[in-house]
Ligand binder design. Structure first.
Ligand SMILES: [Fe+2]
Ligand SMILES: [Fe+2]
Length: 204
């Protein structure tokens, strides 16, 4: 999907759907992290007002997602609890820092593109959840939630890529080359985590 180089393991969806309270609690935290990550980019990109406006709108939308997941948790009497360790996002940010430095590339561009990849992976995983929930027909409410969120996350991938291009004066070729490089790192992390029984929803 999009720029991803590796598909999520086929065991991932059955594994996470076997523990819905854990899946939804992790997901709620991921939406919160997505909102806070978008906001944390605003001061770094203050010289690009249209970019900061888009990030602020995106953060607001992620907060609405957080509230929707939280409301479902509360209806079921399931506890949110503290966030789980986010190995995927931590590893991804570390991998990006280790890449050869390009002094002409603003650091915020990599932050935007990492966010784009996280959205792409979330989107891929939401699709897997939708397919698995449709096939099992076990939880119509959770299925409806993922169907509702799926289009926004696909759009967020495009938004982050567009924002990175806008920070580079519209140089799409440069953005595509950088995304490709970052996507290879992301794919390696996903493969490594799958071998350890990864249960992360992503989007953080
Ligand atoms: Fe979201
Ligand atoms: Fe998103």
């Amino acid at each position: 999907m999009f720029c991803l180089t590796t598909a999520t393991d086929t065991q991932w969806a059955p594994l996470v759907l076997a523990d819905l309270p854990r899946l939804l609690a992790d997901h709620a935290h991921c939406e919160l992290k997505a909102a806070s990550n978008a906001l944390s980019l605003v001061p770094r990109l203050i010289d690009h007002p249209p970019v900061t406006q888009a990030l602020s709108e995106l953060a607001r939308e992620e907060l609405l997602h957080y509230e929707a997941v939280l409301a479902l948790l509360q209806r079921r009497g399931w506890r949110l609890g503290p966030p789980l360790e986010d190995t995927y996002a931590v590893e991804l940010r570390k991998a990006v820092q280790k890449l050869p430095k390009d002094p002409t590339l603003p650091a915020a561009v990599d932050r935007l593109l990492v966010a784009a990849l996280i959205e792409a992976r979330s989107c891929e995983r939401f699709k897997l959840l939708i397919e698995a929930l449709e096939a099992s027909n076990v939880d119509a409410e959770v299925l409806a939630l993922y169907k509702d969120l799926f289009p926004s996350e696909a759009r967020h991938y495009v938004t982050f890529v567009d924002l990175a291009a806008s920070c580079l004066g519209g140089d799409r070729r440069r953005v595509e080359a950088r995304v490709e490089l970052l996507a290879q790192e992301e794919g390696r992390i996903v493969e490594r985590l799958a071998a350890e029984g990864d249960r992360c929803v992503v989007h953080g």
